[in-house]
Ligand binder design. Structure first.
Ligand SMILES: Cc1cc2nc3c(=O)[nH]c(=O)nc-3n(C[C@H](O)[C@H](O)[C@H](O)COP(=O)(O)O)c2cc1C
Length: 319
């Protein structure tokens, strides 16, 4: 089971960006889809299950883009596991832990993140920006002090923590009306259900299957439909022929049938209102059956090999 991770960084001369890339590589090696982005270029953290944020330190301050990132997404970050790091000390001071600036401290507390881990940085003549940096790049602070082993083992700890989080909390699920789904790019599995009216699926469910055939083919997909009511409520419903063809195309097994509900309070339209006055009226939904099916689906998702999972990078949300 994988989790989509954002590694955001704020870097001036490239050293912190390099650390962020190394962290991204380790997380990918552990099966997590990762985006490594400049913090200033991130338009949303909603698609991500976990976030790593790193900033370079200049004159004891974090880069403004990193601080803005924390401030702007504080609410969403509060709902996700977040790891912070900063890159600063160089030369003889390279092993000195750096304190987070007070404002960053407050934001970290607000989102429930632990204090930033300090990584040594780099000042190199080739990338030094600004008079002071160029001057320092010729002195005893010059050089690349980044400790790749330390960075790798920190990232491995994150990969393991994310894995444990998923094992403890099960799958992360969004329940959406079909019309509101703009992309399935970041989902690893899809459960799609439609009401059955006059032996037909809802048009929006059919359109969804038709328009997203390629995306769905790369994922685990489970289908269900809710239809039979009244005395026939325990009868299996065959999928409409059109839906059968689409299901075959995406490699999904036939839809599970769940009994439905038809009551006067919720009946919509002339026919439904009339039928809601007949022996078809009532709530026939079988909750133990629905629960048992959902448990089977959950178990099947868990047993999917991480290595065979579709990698959603090619389906980036357009932001
Ligand atoms: C002008 C200047 C000020 C710096 N101030 C600090 C500092 O206050 N604390 C620190 O640990 N490192 C400091 N450094 C070192 C940088 O944080 C280090 O070079 C870092 O790796 C740069 O990251 P970047 O390449 O991603 O911009 C400073 C470097 C320069 C050039």
């Amino acid at each position: 089971m994988s989790s989509k991770v954002l590694v955001a960084y704020a870097s001036k001369m490239g050293a912190t960006a390099g650390i962020a890339e190394a962290i991204g590589t380790v997380l990918r090696e552990h099966g997590h889809p990762v985006d490594v982005r400049d913090a200033g270029d991130v338009g949303s953290v909603t698609p991500y299950d976990a976030v790593v944020l790193g900033s370079a330190i200049y004159l004891r301050r974090w880069r403004p883009a990193a601080v803005r990132f924390l401030r702007r997404y504080a609410d969403e970050l509060g709902d996700r596991p977040v790891w912070l790091f900063h890159s600063g000390p160089v030369g003889p001071d390279r092993e000195q832990t750096q304190e987070m600036p007070a404002g960053v401290h407050r934001l970290a507390r607000r989102i429930g993140a632990a204090p930033a881990t300090t990584f040594a940085g780099a000042i190199l003549p080739a990338t030094a920006k600004g008079f002071i940096a160029r001057h320092l790049a010729t002195g005893n602070l010059a050089g690349d002090s980044r400790d790749w082993q330390q960075i790798t083992s920190w990232a491995e700890g994150i990969a393991e923590a994310i894995g444990a989080e998923i094992r403890d909390h099960g799958h992360q699920v969004d329940v959406c009306e079909i019309g509101q789904v703009s992309t399935i790019g970041w989902y690893d599995a899809v459960v799609l259900g439609s009401a059955v009216h006059a032996h037909r699926w809802r048009p929006e469910a059919v359109t969804f299957l038709r328009h997203r055939t390629n995306d769905l083919r790369n994922r685990q997909v489970w289908l269900f439909h809710s239809g039979p009511v009244g005395p026939a409520s325990d009868q299996l419903q065959p999928m409409p022929r059109k839906v059968q063809r689409l299901a075959r195309r995406i490699g999904a097994t036939p839809a599970m049938t769940f009994a439905g509900k038809l009551t006067q309070e919720t009946a919509d339209g002339f026919l439904a209102t009339r039928l809601a006055r007949t022996q078809l009226a009532g709530d026939f939904r079988d909750w133990p059956l629905i629960t048992a099916w959902a448990k089977d689906v959950a178990a099947a998702i868990t047993s999917i090999e991480v290595s065979s999972w579709h990698r959603p990078e090619s389906h980036e949300p357009s932001r």
